[in-house]
Write a protein that binds this ligand. Structure first.
Ligand code: NAD
Length: 251
């Protein structure tokens, strides 16, 4: 018996990294589809997503730009019910406030935060009608949890995810709906590798990074927490920021 049997999960940013690990089985951990959920996996990069999930029973791939309100509304309108909403999409711009032009601010806020407003607002009426639902939002340790250099607008957006999570949790707890967010430190994903590759000496940059944060997490380790939060096992947990950082925050 799966921990998510009979549940319908709408997931964003499913083509790679944490989003992909969360929808697909990634041994030895179990992810949404392996635990019995019917998954609507979405990404702006539909060709990559289709390539990754084709022929996997229980997963349907759909194109979704999370920053586009009309796309969000029209996709959610097609679904009879949504038991789990996994808001994973996010970008990681580099720089201080002085590097952050207004266009950078708007783009980051739109993809990392406003998208969650669109998705939660579209899905919540269905969850209210069902009398149940679990929303899992992807935040970061780099947020209101902890400051890190060169992550100005990213930190602001992820701090906003925390506020959005707690506000929704407080407003909908009486309707049987839970809302939590996950705050990972560094996780081994394609975009992390791209950020390391962008430095003049990627080998040195990786070593310095590991020295700073400790061990880099695996996407499956984050997926395992997402499964727990999505499942009824976490039925007494809502409005929480779950920090998963290998101890980085202890330093
Ligand atoms: P990633 O950055 O490697 O991939 C992101 C995915 O999001 C890609 O498939 C991309 O196509 C998709 N995407 C980008 N813009 C989109 C949009 N507008 N609409 C829909 N999809 C879009 O993935 P990752 O590193 O696993 O990051 C996933 C989430 O986890 C992000 O919210 C990120 O901030 C958060 N996070 C990552 C780390 C890390 O170290 N990797 C740490 C903490 C938090």
């Amino acid at each position: 018996m799966g921990r998510l049997d009979g549940k319908i999960a709408l997931c964003t940013a499913s083509a790679q990294g944490i989003g992909l690990a969360t929808v697909l089985e990634s041994l030895p951990r179990k992810a949404f589809v392996k635990e019995g959920a019917r998954v609507i996996a979405t990404d702006i990069n539909i060709s990559k997503l289709e390539q990754k999930v084709k022929d996997v029973p229980g997963i349907e791939a759909k194109m979704l730009n999370v920053a586009d309100k009309d796309q969000v509304t029209s996709l959610v309108d097609q679904l009879d019910r949504v038991d789990i909403l996994f808001n994973c999409a996010g970008i990681v711009p580099n720089g201080t406030i002085l590097d952050c032009e207004e266009a950078d601010w708007d783009q980051t806020m739109n993809i990392n935060l406003k998208s969650m407003y669109f998705l939660c607002r579209a899905v919540l009426p269905k969850m209210v009608a069902q009398g149940s639902g679990s929303i899992v939002n992807m935040s970061s340790s780099v947020s209101n949890v902890k400051g890190a250099p060169m992550r100005f607008v990213y930190s602001v957006s992820k701090g906003g995810v925390s506020g959005l999570t707690k506000a929704i949790a407080a407003d909908f707890v009486s309707k049987g709906i839970r809302c939590n967010c996950i705050c990972p430190a560094a996780v081994e994903t394609p975009s992390l590798q791209e950020r390391i590759n962008a430095s003049p000496d990627p080998v040195k940059a990786r070593a310095a990074f590991v020295q700073k944060v400790g061990r880099i997490g695996k996407p499956e380790e984050i997926a395992a927490l997402a499964v727990y939060l999505a499942s009824d096992e976490s039925g007494y947990t809502t409005g929480q920021e779950l920090v998963i950082d290998g101890g980085w925050g202890l330093a």
